[in-house]
Design a protein around this ligand. Structure first.
Ligand code: FAD
Length: 350
């Protein structure tokens, strides 16, 4: 059994607000562990609008979602924040001594004095094909994640990729290309004929199809053919002629993007209002003592789902957390980053 990670603070969600929460806690000398279901930090900024400019971050006239996340990560670098990525929190339980036991789907456990829920609109999870018969093949023949570079797991296999944008196309190009990763065949399935990509990528796809290195089918997977242990073929209903085709398949890679799922938060016994965590505006603390909620996941009179509001919430929540972590200490005085030697020390600046 794995050991429990004991800590003063756990932040659920590595979106912009969760990242800034780590900064504000760091300034107060509190080390936080940051957990996210996604494989990279950034939340909605990176998942939904990485290349779009944001114009309302104070002091930054314009930056893209990706740039904002990079700056926030740079800002917390002095605190050497431990990140636990690809970790979806499935349960939170408050022990009788007030500490929180947090557990992820993979079984990683944390015991923390304070908990900061910065879960936004929920955990981003891959969109699935709604076909129950496929479920048993998850991880053996059905995949949602792209394998690491130089993985030859699809080599010489009949690979079917589902999706209609650049994420799917990147996989098509990668596994159709000559080399150790090359699949025996690559078929791209998308429910419509149009693919959301650049003209150059479309041209590349057409060229591969013309050379019969890739097949593109506009259609939907409606069933499968299996023997006792293995998926043999997919039944694809084609848009063009409305006919079903049996497509021999060794591996199925689904790249349908990700959608946020609030999921288990509803079962954590916290007061919710229309799926948001109700907090006070003094500490941004929920109905559970020591459990703070900041950013898009919370609600209070006048709430606006804006990044800058989340930054303010994270600041006050960090100060309020001190009384759980250092109960016998007097409230922290307000220190300025411009002039406080203690803060300079924590930030590693002279
Ligand atoms: P999120 O960014 O949603 O991050 C939450 C993170 O928590 C996610 O990464 C998720 O995977 C993770 N998570 C959730 N549940 C779990 C769980 N159980 N276990 C593990 N991880 C979990 N705001 C502005 O201020 N200015 C703008 O110009 C602006 N433009 C926008 C444009 C678009 C298209 C969109 C969609 C939003 C825009 N927003 C803008 C809103 C802004 O993106 C959000 O307010 C902000 O992302 C909220 O940050 P957050 O950290 O609270 O949550």
């Amino acid at each position: 059994a794995r050991s429990i990670i004991e800590t003063d603070a756990v932040i659920i969600g590595a979106g912009p607000v969760g990242l800034f929460q780590a900064f504000e806690l760091g300034l107060l000398g509190i080390k936080a562990h940051v957990l996210d279901a996604l494989e990279q930090p950034g939340g909605q900024c990176l998942e939904l609008y990485p290349n779009k400019p944001i114009y309302d971050i104070p002091g930054i006239p314009s930056c893209t979602g990706r740039e904002l996340v990079a700056s926030l990560l740079e800002q917390i670098r002095p605190f050497q924040t431990p990140f636990h990525l690809g970790e979806t929190v499935v349960s939170v339980e408050q022990k009788t001594d007030g500490q929180f036991l947090v557990e992820t789907r993979r079984g990683t456990q944390f015991l923390s004095r304070t908990l900061f829920v910065a879960a936004g609109v929920g955990a981003f999870e891959p969109r699935k094909i709604p076909l129950e018969e496929l479920l048993p093949y998850t991880g053996s023949q059905l995949f949602y994640q792209v394998p690491p570079e130089d993985g030859s797991c699809f080599a010489n296999k009949h690979l079917v990729i589902v999706g209609g944008d650049d994420e799917a196309l990147d996989c098509v190009f990668r596994f159709a290309q000559e080399g150790p990763e090359q699949a025996a065949s690559v078929t791209l399935i998308h429910r419509r004929t149009d693919i959301a990509t650049t003209p150059a990528n479309l041209e590349r796809l057409h060229a591969l199809c013309a050379k019969q290195q890739v097949r593109f089918i506009a259609g939907q997977i409606t069933g499968l053919v299996q023997d006792e242990h293995e998926l043999q073929a997919l039944i694809v209903s084609r848009v063009a002629d409305n006919l079903d085709e049996h497509l021999p398949t060794d591996a199925l890679l689904v790249r349908l993007g990700r959608s946020p799922k609030l999921g288990p938060i509803a079962q954590w016994g916290i007061a919710l209002e229309r799926k948001q965590i109700v907090v006070n505006t003094e500490h941004f603390e929920s109905s559970t003592a020591g459990l703070f909620a900041i950013g898009d996941i919370n609600t209070y009179p006048g709430k606006k789902k804006l990044i800058l509001c989340g930054f303010h919430e994270a600041t006050l929540a960090a100060f309020a957390a001190m009384r759980y972590i250092y109960p016998s200490q007097a409230p922290s005085p307000l220190l300025y980053t411009t002039s406080s030697p203690q803060l300079h020390n924590r930030l590693g600046v002279t």
